[in-house]
Design a binder for this molecule. Structure first.
Ligand SMILES: *Cc1c(COP(=O)(O)O)cnc(C)c1O
Length: 427
């Protein structure tokens, strides 16, 4: 048995499924998950000492590459001063100021420890501020695992959703409506009949949890207009897209301004930091000023904030996103070209440092189209790439991530592996 197999067998005895987050278990692609021992730049190594080019980057946070010396130093310096105080620090002010500066729609921000917590708290705030209960989300978008957000579409338009997890009371799901991504007509229709009851619309402006699927500009503009008309709030969940597709997030690309934004992943630079923020008048509803309760023992943790701040400093450097976008496009264009030469139905798409690969002939524009991608072909491709030392997301329906350390040599090596893999998939 390989060390990975031994560890996986052992892990399953003390932890459900052997992992602390389900997608890590390789259930979708089959096989044994790799247990990671160390990482550097664009690479990580598994328990059998095999090296991989990493296209997950911890699902986004490793945007400057793994173990960047400046980030590691910031963490070390913070750690020796104390790991956690349960009292405020200046670092938290610096972080809040930085976020407000980089994302102008955020006038005030609250730091928390995970994207789930941030989205859950933002939702409570939206409900508290509007005095309404109904939430609209879209099929295929993920906003963490708060009860109100683990909901899928009900049987018909204008009916309320069903839980996607056992343990979520149907009564909670009743307050969430699930609509089709990129469907403006449906949104108009729902607002027409239920507009006055809707607290907020929550959306991933560039969806990254059903593979990569950018919203159309019209879709985001439509929800902005409808929310304003009906007194509902617009929440952009930029936990994945924030500081990933552009320095100012997806909202800076589309020019659509949400009332509130949820952040995570990149802002922690690999440690647990997430945040929600927005218009100051809305944020004033939060405790200790307002009546919407929210708290956290480790919120704004000094070591985590240090890692996040060091990461934000690096990505602010001129040319960072131009270069990241160029490398990501080099990868997706390269993959498309190779696939075409091999003669396989495949396409790819990229926004900033995020990408999607699709085993189908045209880039999907909604959840239903995404589900038409050939999952079996992806799974075969995934394992062929893994064998060759390229670690892609272990699911056909997750996005991929490029870091600033993915240089031309890394991209070319990936394309060389992809040519072999595509050829075998096509055979
Ligand atoms: C990852 C993610 C979350 C959840 O963040 P966690 O830190 O895993 O709880 C929420 N929303 C989006 C868009 C995400 O990609």
């Amino acid at each position: 048995m390989s060390n990975n197999e031994t560890l996986f067998t052992r892990a399953q005895k003390s932890t459900p499924g052997g992992v602390n987050s389900p997608v890590r278990a390789f259930r979708s692609v089959g096989g044994t998950p790799r247990f990671i021992t160390k990482a550097e730049g664009p690479y990580f190594w598994d328990a059998d000492d095999k090296r991989y080019i990493d296209y997950i980057g911890s699902w986004g946070p490793a945007i400057v590459g793994h173990t960047h010396p400046k980030v590691v130093k910031a963490v070390q310096d913070a750690a020796v001063k104390g790991l956690s105080f349960g009292a405020p620090t200046e670092g938290e002010i610096l972080m809040a100021e930085k976020i407000c500066k980089l994302v102008p729609s955020i006038e005030q921000v609250r730091l928390v420890s995970s994207g789930t917590e941030a989205a859950m708290s933002a939702l409570r705030l939206a409900r508290g501020a509007t005095g309404r209960d109904t939430v609209i989300k879209f099929e295929g978008c993920y906003h963490g695992h708060a009860d109100s957000l683990l909901v899928k579409a009900g049987s018909g338009l204008l009916t309320f959703g069903n839980p996607t997890s056992s343990g979520v009371p149907a009564d909670f799901a009743k307050h969430t409506m699930v609509l089709d991504y990129n469907n403006c007509e449906q949104l108009e229709e729902v607002f027409k009949s239920k507009g006055s009851t809707i607290a907020c619309v929550i959306v991933e402006p560039v969806a990254g949890n059903m593979n990569l699927l950018p919203a159309s500009l019209e879709f985001l503009q439509t929800m902005r207009r409808l929310c304003t008309q009906h007194g509902a709030l617009l929440l952009f969940d930029e936990v994945m897209s924030g500081f990933r597709v552009a320095l100012g997030g997806a909202q800076s690309i589309y020019g659509v301004t949400p009332d509130m934004t949820v952040l995570g992943k990149v802002i922690g630079g690999g440690l647990p930091v997430a945040a929600f923020g927005g218009r100051a008048d809305l944020m004033q509803h939060l405790a200790p000023i307002g009546g919407v309760y929210q708290a956290g023992t480790l919120s704004g943790n000094p070591v985590a904030v240090a890692a996040g701040m060091a990461t934000l400093e690096i990505i602010q450097q001129p040319g960072f996103y131009e270069s990241l976008t160029k490398q990501t496009k080099k990868l997706t264009d390269g993959l498309s070209t190779v696939a075409k030469e091999v003669g396989i139905d495949f396409c790819a798409n990229a926004v900033g440092g995020m990408f999607g690969i699709y085993f189908t002939h045209t880039v999907p524009t909604n959840y239903a189209e995404m589900m038409q991608c050939d999952k079996n072909r992806f799974n075969t491709f995934f394992h062929l790439m893994l064998d060759r030392g390229v670690y892609l997301a272990p699911s056909a329906f997750e996005a991929g991530f490029v870091s600033a350390q993915h240089d031309d040599a890394i991209i070319n090596e990936t394309l060389r592996c992809a040519r072999e893999a595509f050829t075998q998939v096509a055979a």
